[in-house]
Design a protein. Structure first.
Length: 372
């Protein structure tokens, strides 16, 4: 029996003629996602893009183009959409294999509503002690990058960016990151903020790098980091480089310079994509980012770790909720969509231990709608 809320949505839906847009296909090597668009009349939020793993992709469905939760949300909201999810992806894959290969850099004039549902593969591969900080770092990078429009960012190659010593612009994977190439080399970003608030920085984390660096605000050292996180970020889908994240809190309004200086010897340097702040003097409608909690799994199979009272799963979910709380407090338009309230991973909702069937995907769409 379909719940009343589900029945209402089903009754309101119509069956569209689906079309694959050739321009939306992912043609980047190593990217398995397919972007597709619904020929419906757009509403005010005319675009929607979904990021995630096999659950978002619709791995177990007969017709993912019509039955995956992003497809159902797009149909109900009358928006065009792209499903950029990849089966097997983890949090550190999302920027590397989904966002940057698809050139996704939102602006005030053009930005979708985003959903990010990630964590199932992280939870099932790792414990909450050693790898959760890596998950959290990559999740923060994704949410902040999608939630902050380009007008609020200063990126490598922009005006206001200067470098000293050896360095080069790394355009691999569309990162466009400035990479220092020697000890003492630096890159500096100037940003003007109109009110007090944090400054974000996006540096690359890289399993093959032995670079160490400091970062400073207006000449005062704010911290030190290494490009190689521990443990390795290495994902099951092969990502060894991902977008990292730094946050400098409580910065007063004004003109600020954030500098990154390589402190390690050798040519393996720090790679900086850019900085940004929700406190810059730009006004407009900023992107909406909906971050989902790790979905429940089907318990009787004893495969997986996401069921009620399972500490690993609950710890990852708390990390997701904490990230959203932090960014919402900073002023970003981010919200949680709670998958557990709508999809309970019963035998009627699941194709297997991890993947929802068509009914389960419909219930995930209700979770998104509740936060939309």
């Amino acid at each position: 029996m379909i719940p009343m809320a589900a029945a209402m949505i089903v009754a309101m839906k119509r069956t569209p003629t689906l079309a694959v847009c050739a321009a939306g296909l992912c043609l980047v090597a190593g990217c398995n996602s397919v972007s597709f668009f619904l020929p419906v009349v757009p509403t005010a939020n005319a675009q929607y893009r979904a990021y995630g793993d096999s659950i978002t992709y619709g791995y177990a469905l007969d017709d993912p183009l019509a039955e995956s939760y992003p497809a159902l949300v797009a149909e109900f909201e009358h928006v065009t959409f792209a499903n950029n999810a990849n089966p097997g992806d983890e949090a550190c894959d999302v920027s590397t294999r989904q966002i940057f290969p698809n050139g996704d850099s939102p602006t005030l004039a053009s930005h979708p509503v985003y959903t990010v549902l990630i964590g199932t593969n992280d939870v099932d591969r790792y414990d909450a002690v050693t790898y959760e900080p890596i998950f959290t770092l990559c999740h923060q990078a994704v949410i902040s990058w999608l939630g902050l429009p380009a007008e609020y960012k200063v990126l490598a190659g922009d005006k206001g960016v200067s470098a000293t010593g050896e360095g080069a612009l790394d355009t691999a994977n569309q990162w466009h990151a400035w990479t220092t190439l020697g000890q003492g080399s630096s890159v500096r970003f100037t940003i003007i903020t109109a009110r007090d608030g944090p400054i974000y920085a996006w540096t690359l984390i890289d399993d093959s790098s032995d670079a160490a660096f400091t970062y400073s605000l207006d000449g005062i050292e704010a911290g030190s980091e290494e490009s190689h996180v521990k443990p390795d970020l290495a994902t099951q889908n092969g990502s060894t480089v991902s977008l990292g994240f730094l946050r400098i809190a409580a910065v007063p309004a004004g003109t600020h310079v954030v500098a990154f200086v390589q402190t390690s010897a050798g040519s393996s340097g720090v790679s900086v994509v850019g900085i940004g702040s929700p406190a810059v003097a730009v006004h407009g409608d900023i992107p909406t980012v909906l971050a989902g909690t790790v979905p429940r799994q089907y318990r009787p199979t004893n495969i997986g770790h996401c069921w009620p009272n399972e500490p690993v799963c609950l710890s990852y979910i708390k990390a997701i909720e904490d990230n959203v709380t932090m960014f919402a407090g900073d002023g970003l338009n981010v919200r949680v969509f709670d998958t557990w309230k709508y999809m309970h991973a019963t035998s009627s909702e699941m194709h297997d231990s991890l993947h929802p069937n068509a009914l389960g995907e419909e219930e995930l769409s209700h979770a998104v709608e509740a936060a939309w």
